[in-house]
Design a protein around this ligand. Structure first.
Ligand SMILES: Cc1cc2nc3c(=O)[nH]c(=O)nc-3n(C[C@H](O)[C@H](O)[C@H](O)COP(=O)(O)OP(=O)(O)OC[C@H]3O[C@@H](n4cnc5c(N)ncnc54)[C@H](O)[C@@H]3O)c2cc1C
Length: 477
């Protein structure tokens, strides 16, 4: 039987980075806010199916100007004060690939505290399965959860499910790349007990066997050779950030059948409680799967675990420093890189990012390159159609990418926002930027009795509130 769970100003569906941020921003703007999440843990790919290799990256542009703050900076600062984050790292040899490490597990704990502080109501273990619509107007959602099914009514719904699931159910126009080129998905795992001195020594002695993010060189114009020279001087593995290569071992193990050759060999560095863990998020990758469909996601879950076992045996057998290492965590579910993008009133384009375009309805910024795509060919990244924002700057993200085309009273935030394939806004910092803006916008619409589309006519209050909540909209390249 279908009961009425409640009636809210703003209902946020999905409690990943975008959803948590949207719910907090909405509540801070004065709206009665409900956050619905499928599992018991908030944080999504940040810490539940994560952690990511780097959280957060690119809060700074190539000129080392901070371009993203808001909820990302606030949580980084709070965790830094408590010893669960490291100061922003802006080292130039990583081609301005800046890292602002936060401990994902602590981020996942902190956000419950913030939700409590701000009066965000939580509805956990609840799967949004249907959208309540009157014509093109969204009125709420239906959830399945322990105890049955409920209707939840809302003045504005925000879809933060990552895959645009709610918009899709509401009939929104969505784009998905052909399955042959969809980015692969991954089950990540983390290991401790690594002898980092040995790892660094091996890198120094076999420098040509490694790849150091040279694809991002347009940011700094450093040559591969210069980066290698710099890496030769580094003793602290954290400064390298990501270890990718072991090309000699990989070649041998691929030949003997000890490496699956679905991805490159490597790992990210994850600082934690004064230690450094190795985080493997490229050791399994399954392609030709559409993870918005049950058959696709099931295949990924099974195949990635097979690849991970193979990868771990490889590391233990071949890689100096891993002799006594052990796995501390395998992610409970696959992480999905790419499925739907929901089409909005504006579609963010490759040229907008390449040209570092500015928009009147700016709600935040991004300095992440366009077009970097994972491919299942052993290289990890496909570089076609790639560009960094010009002059080492950043592009604006316009409000209209959140406003779902053809529907009223619904916004999308997080990795499914309206963009062409090259401009997919899937990185954590981008999901926080769009989440914060969607939360404030939804709350304003609920307060004023207008639709998100009507808000497009005048976004000045939205922008003022975002700035008062710490977001950066102006004053940088
Ligand atoms: C292997 C991998 C590595 C990555 N590494 C990095 C990295 O190092 N740095 C980086 O910045 N980014 C990285 N990313 C990208 C980034 O982690 C994600 O794109 C980002 O976390 C997505 O945030 P989101 O809020 O849009 O969605 P998610 O974090 O996916 O959150 C969606 C939430 O919605 C919930 N949900 C889904 N459907 C429903 C429903 N019907 N009802 C209720 N709840 C629902 C889910 O349970 C989840 O909690 C990586 C991605 C992958 C796949």
């Amino acid at each position: 039987m279908l009961g009425l769970y409640g009636n809210y100003d703003v209902v946020v569906c999905g409690g990943g980075t975008s959803g948590v941020t949207a719910a907090v921003a909405s509540a801070r703007t004065g709206a009665k806010t409900l956050l619905i999440e499928r599992v018991g843990q908030l944080g999504g790919q940040m810490n539940f199916s994560g952690p990511p290799g780097f959280s957060f990256a690119h809060l700074f542009n190539g000129r080392q100007e901070q371009i993203i703050a808001g909820f990302a900076e606030e949580t980084h600062k709070r965790l830094l004060d408590e010893g669960h984050a490291l100061p922003h790292m802006l080292v130039e040899h990583r081609s301005h690939y800046t890292f602002s490490y936060v401990d994902p597990d602590w981020w996942g704990l902190l956000v419950y505290k913030i939700c409590r502080e701000e009066g965000v109501e939580l509805m956990l273990h609840s799967l949004v399965t249907e959208v309540i619509r009157e014509g093109d107007v969204v009125k709420g959602v239906i959830c399945e959860h322990p105890g049955g099914r409920s209707a939840v009514l809302a003045k504005v719904v925000i879809d933060c499910t990552g895959e645009g699931e709610v918009c899709y159910q509401a009939g929104a126009e969505c784009e998905t790349a052909p399955i042959q080129i969809l980015e692969p998905s991954t089950v990540a795992f983390t290991a401790d007990g690594v002898d980092w001195d040995k790892v660094v020594t091996y890198i120094h002695e076999h420098i040509d066997d490694f790849i150091f993010n040279q694809i991002y060189n347009p940011y700094s114009k450093w040559t591969d050779e210069k980066i290698r020279q710099r890496v030769m001087e580094i003793d602290d593995i954290l400064e390298i950030g990501e270890v990718m290569g072991y090309l000699g071992f990989k070649k041998r193990a691929t030949w003997t059948g000890e490496w699956h050759n679905k991805s490159g060999v490597g790992f990210f560095l994850m600082p934690k409680e004064g230690r450094i863990l190795a985080h493997f998020q490229h050791s399994s990758q399954e392609d030709l799967c559409d993870c918005s469909q049950v058959r696709g996601i099931t295949q990924v879950e099974v195949e990635c675990r097979r690849q991970n076992m193979m990868a771990w045996r490889f590391f233990k057998k071949y890689v100096p420093g891993f002799e006594n290492a052990y796995i501390t965590r395998t992610c409970p579910e696959a992480r999905i890189r790419e499925t739907r993008r929901v089409m909005g009133d504006y579609v963010l384009k490759f040229e907008d990012i390449r040209d570092a375009r500015k928009f009147d309805d700016v709600i935040g910024k991004s300095a992440f390159p366009t077009g970097a795509k994972h491919a299942v060919n052993g290289r990890a990244l496909a570089l076609e159609h790639m560009a960094v924002p010009k002059d080492m700057g950043s592009n604006d993200i316009p409000y209209r990418v959140l406003v779902v085309k053809g529907l009223e009273n619904i916004l999308v935030a997080g990795k499914a926002v309206s963009a062409d394939r090259a401009s997919h806004q899937r990185f954590l910092q981008q999901t926080i930027v769009t989440g914060q803006a969607a939360g404030v916008a939804a709350a304003l619409c609920a307060r004023d009795g207008i639709t998100p589309r009507q808000l497009e006519e005048n976004v000045s209050e939205l922008q003022e509130i975002l700035i008062s909540q710490g977001a950066i909209l102006y004053g940088t390249h």
